[in-house]
Design a protein around this ligand. Structure first.
Ligand SMILES: [Fe+2]
Length: 340
């Protein structure tokens, strides 16, 4: 009997000695890029830890973690947009993650002050124009988009999309509610057509002359630039980019981050910690940058040549708590101004 017990103990010891293959973590993500899956596979190859991906809308995922409560299988939460990360932190579903490598590699401006989340990649929200017509004169700031001299020129997607909500929220934080409403009314008055489609549809309408100025994120344009198709190359060569608010003392171009945080109730905390640290390694940062044409969160990481060709810029610091506080008000203001 004792021998049998010893045998069983021996087996369970053996089982404990090879945990790598059995280890896994549950990743709740609202990002939906093929390049992310390649990144998770690379993590699994390196660590033996399996990544179970649960995809969904960010707010639904936050709600799901809340509803699952102490029994939530969620270990790591990843989403696009600082306001949503701040909402996750505010909803109490994240816990501080202290890591030397994250703190050394990700600049403070791209991390939550309480350690609840950090950026893994970023895109700039810029103004695009037709190079054949030349750079728009007098357009150096987002605020200039409201200038009547750009009447009938602006193309933008709907107000409700988080990319536009966050942009308006950053203007709200900088300029206050009255000026932001004035701005939104000016932009609506300058629109070439009612808001429709996604970011790509805005700059795709530039060569045909439908849109003189398009508001869009850099990674969409760089994605076109990375394409081998002749028509994409032609489009990319035609589109110019203005990085707004670059003058000394101005706040910088609005930057939209993707970020990650450790879930408060993470059942696989160690695996989650390894994964979070993996996200800021050279390898992962390169995959964000080269696979999805994003700006890496780590300054030394490489840029995709198509993205690099857009030029250097200074990004606005991400102060998500502020952005989040302003998001709801910013949307109201845009809608009141008639931005559909
Ligand atoms: Fe996007």
């Amino acid at each position: 009997m004792r021998a049998l017990r010893r045998l069983i103990a021996g087996f369970s010891l053996l089982a404990c000695a090879v945990p790598a293959a059995a280890q896994e973590l549950n990743l709740y993500s609202s990002r939906h890029y093929d390049s992310d899956r390649a990144l998770y596979d690379a993590f699994t190859r390196e660590t033996g830890i399996r990544v179970r991906l649960i995809e969904g809308d960010a707010d639904q995922l936050i709600e799901r973690i809340r509803n699952e409560g102490a029994n939530s299988p969620a270990d790591v939460f990843i989403t696009v947009d600082a306001a949503r990360l701040a909402r996750a932190a505010g909803a109490g579903v994240l816990q501080p993650f202290r890591s030397q490598s994250v703190e050394q590699r990700v600049p403070a401006g791209l991390r939550d002050a309480d350690g609840m989340w950090f950026a893994v990649s970023q895109r700039a929200r810029v103004v695009m124009y037709d190079k054949e017509k030349g750079a728009p004169q007098g357009l150096a700031r987002y605020e200039d988009l409201a200038d009547p001299k750009f009447r009938g020129q602006i193309c933008a997607r709907s107000a409700a999309h988080p990319y536009n909500v966050s942009l308006a929220a950053s203007i709200l934080a900088a300029d206050g509610p009255e000026k932001t409403e004035e701005w939104a009314r000016g932009v609506v008055a300058n629109m070439a057509r009612p808001p429709q489609g996604g970011d790509r549809d805005q700059f795709r309408a530039i060569p045909a002359g439908q849109c003189g100025l398009a508001i869009a994120n850099t990674y969409y344009l760089a994605g076109i630039g990375a394409s081998e198709r002749a028509e994409d190359k032609a489009l990319f060569a035609r589109i110019g980019v203005v990085f707004p608010n670059q003058a000394p003392g101005d706040r910088g171009a609005h930057v939209n981050i993707s970020g990650a945080g450790l879930v408060k109730t993470a059942p696989n905390r160690d695996a989650a910690a390894r994964f979070l640290e993996f996200l800021v390694t050279d390898k992962a940062q390169e995959m964000f940058a080269l696979g999805n044409m994003e700006y890496p969160a780590v300054a030394e990481a490489p840029l995709h040549p198509a993205l690099r060709s857009l030029g250097a810029f200074r990004g606005e610091p991400v102060e998500a708590s502020r952005t989040n506080a302003h998001a709801a008000q910013a949307l109201q203001i845009m809608q009141r101004a008639g931005w559909r």
